[in-house]
Design a protein around this ligand. Structure first.
Ligand SMILES: [Zn+2]
Length: 416
């Protein structure tokens, strides 16, 4: 007997979007998968025949909730070394500058990452990515930026690609050679930008290790002029761009990035109205990073009211990194954004699904439950979607399905 669908999930409440990309819910619904695609979404009462006649394999979601697979669209998860001792020093009152002067800070991570073999770097990264997947993440962006020379940046990007081979996760790589200027170029930063534009980026793009290009534009990182040079190189290589923009001070980087049709501008604490309108015009996503805001005790909040007013899509991500956001929990980020910034449940859920997909240029294939999309979704045995951002610890998915393939089911029911 041939079936119309490979798999069918019954009795689910689906987190979907309407024709305006606003969050909505389809209660008491079913979802079918054929191959790696979602091929049917409809209310249970509209099923055209008995489930067993329609699908080779039938699952009962037992009234659980289904969201798209979560998307962590901004991470630095591939790194070596540990900086927890620095955190302790900071708590004891030592300044970040003093720690950096003693060889700590980002340069400590660069040293450790350069020293690690590819194998060691992969082994260090796997547990962090596993922790992300355990919360329902199915797609992950990974930035380089702790290598700062060709060989070490290549190593990070190769490990990012390998993670997608050894774990059930879709990985999008971003070249962030312009994270900070390496110590050897401290007095000649332009020479590093030359190296980056003329050798590192073209070579790594040639090796197909780069899906997008990012620049950290700030007083402590790269100037507007340097940022623009790197954007021009990315454009010449037909690579989409992203930008660490307006995090610690206002530089005008978000407006610049929008002019270059950036997929996203990230952080944005110091973004102004002109930046937000430029982003709105170019459909640029605002990737907000509450983990870094919290860990740095930043004080300055991103301009939520302006972003809402001009309808800039807001995504949320962990920014997982050892210096400013040591977390792997995307659900914790939804809680922080809600609790610290007043984002709504719908906003934070769209932020880790639909809008996170847009920040990666993938909204036509992942990030929402739609027929024709890749079958990445998560089943949660919860009473209501609001529970996902209510807990600020671990809330386990009942099951994650990636590309139509069910991953291991949770071994026990969630206790409350
Ligand atoms: Zn970052």
């Amino acid at each position: 007997m041939t079936h119309r669908y490979d798999q069918l999930w019954l009795n689910a409440n689906l987190f979907t979007i309407d024709c305006n990309s606003a969050a909505t819910v389809m209660p008491d619904a079913c979802l079918a998968v054929t191959g790696d695609r979602i091929t049917l979404i409809c209310p249970m009462r509209q099923l055209s025949a008995a489930p067993e006649q329609l699908a080779a394999s039938v699952h009962d979601a037992r009234g659980g909730w289904v969201t798209p697979g979560l998307i962590d669209c901004h991470t630095h998860v591939v790194y070596a070394g540990d900086r927890s001792m620095e955190y302790r020093q900071r708590l004891q009152g030592k300044s970040y500058a003093a720690i950096a002067e003693q060889g700590g800070g980002i340069q400590a991570t660069v040293r450790a990452t350069r020293q690690a073999s590819e194998e060691q770097l992969l082994r260090a990264s796997i547990p962090r990515v596993r922790a992300m997947l355990a919360q329902g993440v199915t797609t992950l962006e990974i930035k380089s930026g702790y290598g700062l020379d060709l060989a070490a940046e290549r190593k990070i990007l190769r490990v990012a690609r390998q993670l997608a081979e050894v774990l059930p996760v879709r990985v999008v790589t971003t070249f962030l050679g312009a994270h900070v200027t390496p110590p050897a170029y401290r007095t000649t930063p332009e020479a590093y930008v030359d190296l980056l534009c003329q050798e590192m980026l073209p070579q790594l793009a040639e090796e197909r290790l780069v899906d997008a290009v990012d620049v950290f534009c700030d007083d402590i990182a790269f100037s507007i002029a340097q940022t623009e040079r790197i954007f021009q190189t990315a454009k010449a290589l037909s690579l989409p761009i992203k930008c660490h923009a307006e995090q610690l001070s206002h530089q005008g980087a978000a407006s610049l990035a929008a002019r270059y049709h950036a997929l996203s501008c990230d952080h944005l604490e110091y973004a102004r109205q002109a930046d937000v309108t430029a982003m709105a015009q170019q459909h640029c996503v605002a990737v907000l990073l509450p983990g870094a805001y919290y860990f740095l005790q930043a004080g300055q909040k991103p301009p939520l009211a302006l972003l809402r007013q001009y309808r800039v899509p807001m995504a949320l991500a962990t920014d997982c990194n050892p210096g400013t956001s040591p977390t792997t929990s995307l659900l914790l980020m939804t809680h922080l954004a809600q609790h610290l910034w007043g984002m709504s449940t719908d906003e934070v859920l769209l932020g880790v699904t639909r809008h996170a997909a847009s920040a990666l240029g993938m909204a036509d294939s992942i990030g929402s439950l739609q027929e024709g999309h890749i079958a990445d979704f998560v089943i949660w045995q919860i009473e209501h979607l609001a529970q996902l951002s209510y807990y600020f610890g671990y809330i386990p998915p009942h099951q994650t399905i990636k590309g139509g393939v069910p991953q291991q089911e949770a071994s026990h029911e969630q206790s409350q």
